[in-house]
Design a protein around this ligand. Sequence first.
Ligand SMILES: *[C@@H]1O[C@H](CO)[C@@H](O)[C@H](O)[C@H]1NC(C)=O
Ligand SMILES: *[C@@H]1O[C@H](CO)[C@@H](O)[C@H](O)[C@H]1NC(C)=O
Ligand SMILES: *[C@@H]1O[C@H](CO)[C@@H](O)[C@H](O)[C@H]1NC(C)=O
Ligand SMILES: *[C@@H]1O[C@H](CO)[C@@H](O)[C@H](O)[C@H]1NC(C)=O
Ligand SMILES: *[C@@H]1O[C@H](CO)[C@@H](O)[C@H](O)[C@H]1NC(C)=O
Ligand SMILES: *[C@@H]1O[C@H](CO)[C@@H](O)[C@H](O)[C@H]1NC(C)=O
Ligand SMILES: *[C@@H]1O[C@H](CO)[C@@H](O)[C@H](O)[C@H]1NC(C)=O
Length: 899
Amino acid sequence: MKAVLSLSLALLSAACVCAHDLASVKRVTNLPSVANRFIVEVAAPADIPGKRALHTPHEALYRSLRARKIGFSVHKEYDAPGIFVGAAVTLKAGGFASLDVANILSTDGVIAIRPIHSYARPIPVSLKGVAPGDAGLPDGQSTHVVTGVSKLHAVGITGKGVKIGILDTGIDYTHPFLGDGFGAGFKVAGGFDLVGDNYTGANDPVPDPDPLDQCAGCAAYSSGWKGIIGANPGNPFNISGVAFDSTIYAYRIFGCTGGVNDDVIVDALLRAYKDGVDIMTLSLGGASAWTEGTGTVVASRIAHAGKIVTIAAGNAGSSGSWFTSGPGNGIDVISVASSDNTVLPLQSLRVVGAAHDPITYYATFALPINGTLPLYATSNDTTVVDDACDPLPASTPDLSKSVVLIRRGTCTFVTKLANAAAFGAKVFLIYDNGNGFSAIAVGDFQAVLIQAEDGVFLAEQLAAGVPLSVTFPQSGGSVQFPAPSGGLVSTFTSYGPTHDFYFKPAITAPGGNILSTLPLTQGSWGLASGTSMSTPFLAGSSALLLSVKGKSAAVARTARTLFESTAQPISSSHTDGDPFQTVTQQGAGLIQVYDALFGTTKLSPAELILNDTAHFAGRQRFTVKNTGKTIKTYTLSHVPAGTAVTVNPGTIFPALGPVPLSTQYATVKFNKGKFTLFPGQSQTVVATITPPTGVDATTFPVYSGFIFATSGTETVHATYLGLAAALKNKQVIDNTDAIFGVALPVVLDTSGAVQAAPTNYTFVGADAPVVLWRQAFGTAAFRLDLVPANTPLTGTLNKRAPEISFASAHKGGSFAKVPILGNLLEIDYLPRNDEAFTDCTMKADSLDNTVQLSNTFANGTVIPNGEYKVLLRALRVTGDPTNEADYESWLTPVIGVVA
Ligand SMILES: *[C@@H]1O[C@H](CO)[C@@H](O)[C@H](O)[C@H]1NC(C)=O
Ligand SMILES: *[C@@H]1O[C@H](CO)[C@@H](O)[C@H](O)[C@H]1NC(C)=O
Ligand SMILES: *[C@@H]1O[C@H](CO)[C@@H](O)[C@H](O)[C@H]1NC(C)=O
Ligand SMILES: *[C@@H]1O[C@H](CO)[C@@H](O)[C@H](O)[C@H]1NC(C)=O
Ligand SMILES: *[C@@H]1O[C@H](CO)[C@@H](O)[C@H](O)[C@H]1NC(C)=O
Ligand SMILES: *[C@@H]1O[C@H](CO)[C@@H](O)[C@H](O)[C@H]1NC(C)=O
Ligand SMILES: *[C@@H]1O[C@H](CO)[C@@H](O)[C@H](O)[C@H]1NC(C)=O
């Protein structure tokens, strides 16, 4: 069985690990797929000899299901031979767990059956509407300059003749800078609405031919990414799309609210393929870290067939490694990371009463405050560490007409603001204490951060008895502030690699703080951040490539290698001497479109995947070709990236983002470090890569780096990625009490308490056991099986249990010689759970997995009354599914079925 689940995209900025109350666990199954709904893949007629005349592969499937008395209804048929033939079906049996995989898989012509994932709608990490009067917006072209796109525009390369399919919320084509029309001859020339306004992912789609998106509210974020591809130049912001002469086909797969499911994504991918688009781009995803999943697999097959497919890597950077998004994990897809724009549009205030330059404050828009207000400092000491952390003295004057100045430090901003608000304060300036000039969390207060030296100046003046006032200019106060993180990988970018060790993300494009189009109903223009922004940048870049090199499948298939080998590796910080950022977050580096198109050296393959120590491939070959017109001499060199310490030392938990980097690097030797090539000539090089020594394998360090081939001013590179540990040694099931204060896994009884003693359940309503577990790491096979109550086995994870060594291989009907009575649940390719939360009082769905058991086996057959236990098993990554020793297991207390 090929079944995949993915957890919804976590959009989080800060991170903490904190204990959660067991009472917060929902007594429902929380797996992020649609209950009972699956996509069954069948062989195309041509692949079933002799069957063609009888019936279509779909009919063959339905007959076979009926013959086996499997109740089902069909939602969608797919018929794209060579890419995907199958159907989305709902199986009518029992509870959520009902899936008689073995039975369906043994049906003639069935290739795979996968659950249908749900994906949350894409939400940028940040988004603000902007108006043309706002003079301090980032230079619209800054992203084009750093990627070489401006140089291509300058010579008239703008993507003409290339069709880009955008799969997401639809498009507001009435926007004057998106062509103001729909159909042949317009910029938005085609597409389809696969879902309708009312679609939420939980109801049936209502398709219509018009992909117009003018939903109110946050539904319309994604118009931004059409502007990144296609905005016409000559607009008030002086920005243009990367490929503004390309033709857009818009496929709407989100309604005005809610998410989308795999069945619709597959439908849209196949429709775009049939419409003959050259490029498909999807700014959506959910953490999965596996290359499986129907949407993921179909996207990859379309890329393999010769289309360029760009998909967001995800915005879950705070969650740490092994967490990139599906469908971006598709093997042949280009998964896109984000880098921050080099400038930030901020605002400034004026000081009255002392000579001082305007003071920059951290806000995109001016604080809406009229007039001149006196300034009051809560402390005259500019080194105070806990300014306003305690209630202010009773002698504090009425602050309702003042702007209050407070120094950052010790307690939360909100605590400080609330203490000043107790004296009527409404407007606040917080000055930095060296922590860094960045966005801060101030709740509902009107408070902004200023830089330390500005705050010290103001406080010193006040302490000296100089009365000061400030004004907040409502226009003309914006400033182009050099972004401290400008040019670096956006911290929100999800980290790879995948559990099956694929190179995800592949490459970086600008996606942090990007100015682009919004629907007219949303104010037309906005500033947004997210891998949803970098992904269309890559799609636009791909259009430039195809418009120059031709739209053949051969060119499309080499696009990723071309972009990766010419990209520019990105540092981990702006501090000299710091290493490059780990490849697990930046991929091969920042895209350099001009170099990819006009460079005269080709290098392939661009990804050197060394895998883990158990499957180590340290000898790698790559080829350098001189495609120029002159003789070139190449020198090879190696520069490592920081080694990602992916698991916290001494724990089984992932290190949260920003993932710590170590400077223990691999070493690389070449069989030929220098060589000369005539035009058209190539040289294959063998690189022998030795993993770093002295690393702590229990932290699962992922080492990576770049091998450069340099000739004069031209440089291309291969990027390598390896794990200095064996994946099979990574514990996959969380058996600690770190999250809920009780050691997991547990069974929760009807009252929600941990079941300790044998307990009977009627399986009527909520009177059923709930299995609660967490994946500390992903698993390719998770199973719950029913076993007799007197089972002598103790699972490998049960408390006080000695480690069991399994003598014989698993032969279906038994595990460790314990008879298995029947399967309750089987999930393949389950991602790990997430520990990163901004707010520790909230429980995110991705924190844990729960399944409420029913009194039926997976095939719908009712379990006879009696006493049982449930055996939970999860296969370690790279483990052999037929080898018992490769599973972690746990046994529940006795569960009585009294139905
Ligand atoms: C969408 O839902 C609204 C409210 O339920 C309903 O009035 C409208 O007819 C629906 N539209 C379509 C196209 O189904
Ligand atoms: C608009 O951008 C172009 C290209 O970067 C630049 O030459 C021009 O000066 C800009 N115009 C304005 C008004 O900023
Ligand atoms: C500031 O003044 C402008 C113009 O008089 C007015 O429109 C606006 O509402 C005022 N804003 C506040 C916050 O008082
Ligand atoms: C700071 O010093 C000024 C000038 O001496 C004085 O007026 C003010 O009350 C002092 N502020 C505090 C919070 O002590
Ligand atoms: C890494 O090795 C595992 C185990 O052999 C394999 O399943 C996986 O496909 C390999 N990954 C890549 C990217 O080759
Ligand atoms: C569960 O039900 C069975 C059958 O009614 C009974 O024999 C057994 O004592 C019950 N167990 C518990 C723990 O209540
Ligand atoms: C369903 O599975 C159970 C347990 O494996 C088995 O005993 C039963 O025969 C199966 N039912 C059908 C209809 O295949």
